[in-house]
Design a protein around this ligand. Structure first.
Ligand code: BTN
Length: 251
């Protein structure tokens, strides 16, 4: 028994290309009365979506997938899923490629100080509340195929001189880890200390000076902690601390 579900049987669906795997899986979830355990994967996306309404550059040479995570509706900490998915990506890459990637709060995967991938979590409410974790990772994209305006901020495993793993092995490992965290260890009900420790240990934000835009205000400070709520804690120049729950930090 996994939470409310007798069995988690993942169904991996591969497309050569699609608009957005998040959009595809949301359509499947909305049209289904049963829990959906599909994982939709694509070789490239023509309308890849990032957080905060941005586009996500998704050329051939990356891995783009979205995993449906049916929930009981009683989970207390759904926002934590973004950090959890980041941890799964980082752990899987470490195990398959032997390289440590970092998590820039709340949803970016970093390698050598540049963005290697991103995560977009969304919620589909309906008969069965289902979370969607959409993951994009740059695998074999070459330096010259990265648009000039992104070269300073984006990287790939190949650019980092790391041999990319097989896509199916990588997606299966990430999804297996996410299932274990969510359905076995029930991290969305209560985050285990060791899980938070693993996230903090991979944090690319803790200790960094950051800027955060809050309405009309720009907050500057140092990230001092990541909380069980998924919030980042920022130490302000007046020595007070502020927890931020959403949005983006510039560091
Ligand atoms: C971000 O960096 O802001 C998040 C990027 C998330 C991209 C992934 S790729 C697979 C899935 N489909 C999408 O359209 N977006 C997510």
């Amino acid at each position: 028994m996994y939470g409310n579900f007798e069995e988690i049987r993942r169904n991996f669906i591969w497309f050569e290309s699609t608009g957005s795997t998040n959009n595809d899986i949301k359509k499947i979830i909305r049209n289904s009365s049963a829990p959906v355990f599909d994982v939709i994967c694509a070789g490239y996306q023509t309308e890849g979506r990032g957080r905060l309404g941005r586009n996500f550059f998704s050329p051939d040479g990356g891995l783009y997938f979205s995993v449906a995570v049916p929930l009981s509706g009683k989970e207390k900490n759904i926002p934590f899923m973004t950090l959890l998915a980041g941890l799964c990506v980082s752990e899987a890459i470490n195990e398959l490629c032997g390289v440590k990637t970092m998590i820039k709060w709340p949803n970016d995967i970093y390698l050598d100080g540049k963005k290697l991938g991103g995560i977009l979590c969304e919620l589909v409410s309906g008969n069965i509340i289902t979370a969607v974790a959409g993951v994009g990772i740059n695998l074999s994209i070459k330096q010259e195929d990265i648009p000039r305006d992104l070269r300073d901020i984006m990287t790939s495993l190949a650019v980092g001189n790391i041999i990319p793993p097989q896509k199916d092995a990588l997606v299966e490992k990430i999804v297996g880890k996410l299932d274990a965290y969510i359905y076995e260890h029930k991290e969305l009900f209560s985050v285990r200390e060791e899980t938070l420790k693993a996230i903090k240990e991979r944090s690319f934000s803790i200790g960094k000076n950051v800027k955060y835009i809050l309405g009309n205000e720009v907050i500057e400070g140092v990230v001092t902690d990541i909380k069980v709520s998924g919030a980042a804690e920022i130490l302000l120049p007046d020595s007070t601390k502020k927890e931020i729950f959403c949005g983006e930090i510039t560091q």
